[in-house]
Design a protein around this ligand. Structure first.
Ligand code: HEM
Length: 270
């Protein structure tokens, strides 16, 4: 039996590769509340995963410009898998009661996940665009610049509709040439195109697999919004948020903004 190497002059190669010093130096709890560490670590983990989701969605949007669909579908599937992880990560926060949350809530000051640039960029990449929400980041030129680029670029959904058009589906010219910075408006011909994809194709077909991967990522993201709202309602009821919004009622509105709308409505037609 050969034992692992036990002698390192300085930090182990594991520490260097993973950056454990940096991880340990991340801001820790500001209060003695026993529930604060889980809140903070969950938020930090979710930020890291939003970064992974962003990378995959950016890659997928680029790859959909090429005729070979499976590599884009694989990137979207990875993004959906990352969303599954963050959705599971809500679990420890689920049972946070108002009294427990109140014990560390003042430490947030005016801080709120609402100010997460990575989350907002993921939202933009998924086609849920809002110029006003990008304005929050004007004080951080790098984050603001990335957000404006995502706002003004075609979303993953815009690019997917171009793929449908390329493959002979009837997509209105006004939809293909729309201003990508504006919120997307659902369109009956797009709904019919997705309905045909599902009516005429099945497992193993490249376009069908793309439609399913897009639906998985849309579901994962909308599930995140739903689970977040549940945690919010349990931890603070209908109180106003630290970010200044009306809290749960404001978040309920974002739940109604559907990701890839016709991929859902088309199912009624089949
Ligand atoms: C006790 C747990 C939590 C509570 C009570 C809570 C509360 C809230 C509230 C009230 C808002 C609305 C904006 C505001 O006025 O602040 C919000 C937004 C948001 N929160 Fe949380 N949050 C919690 C955990 C988290 C975690 C762990 C994350 C992970 C990063 C997160 C990310 C976000 C994001 C991205 C938004 C913006 C959503 C949107 O624009 O639709 N929250 N949160």
């Amino acid at each position: 039996m050969v034992t692992p190497n036990l002698s390192f002059a300085q930090a182990t190669p594991y520490d260097e590769y993973v950056g454990t010093d940096t991880l340990r130096a991340l801001p820790g709890p500001r209060t003695d509340a026993p529930e604060e560490p889980a809140f903070l670590v969950t938020t930090q983990v979710m930020e890291l995963y939003f970064g992974l989701v962003r990378t995959e969605l950016r890659l997928a949007a680029r790859l959909l410009g090429t005729p070979d669909l499976p590599p884009a579908t694989a990137a979207i599937a990875r993004a959906a898998a990352y969303l599954d992880v963050v959705n599971t990560a809500w679990r420890p926060l689920n049972r946070l009661t108002p009294r427990q949350f109140n014990a560390f809530r003042p430490a947030l000051g005016e801080g709120s996940g609402f100010q997460s640039a990575l989350y907002r960029e993921v939202e933009f990449l998924l086609g849920d665009k809002s110029e006003s929400l990008a304005r929050v980041h004007r004080g951080n030129p790098e984050a603001h610049g990335e957000l404006l680029a995502a706002l003004r670029a075609p979303s993953l959904y815009d690019v997917a509709l171009s793929v449908l058009a390329r493959l002979g589906y009837e997509i209105p010219a006004t939809t293909l040439a729309r201003d990508p910075a504006q919120p997307y408006q659902p369109e009956p011909l797009v709904e019919q195109a997705w309905a045909r994809v599902y009516a005429e194709r099945g497992a193993g077909d490249h376009l069908w697999e793309l439609a399913e991967a897009l639906t998985d990522v849309a579901e994962g993201f909308m599930r995140w919004r739903t689970l977040h709202l549940m945690v919010v309602r349990r931890a603070m009821g209908a109180k106003t948020g630290t970010g200044g919004s009306s809290g749960a009622s404001w978040l309920e509105r974002s739940l109604r903004r559907e990701i890839f709308p016709e991929l859902w409505s088309a199912r009624t037609l089949i």
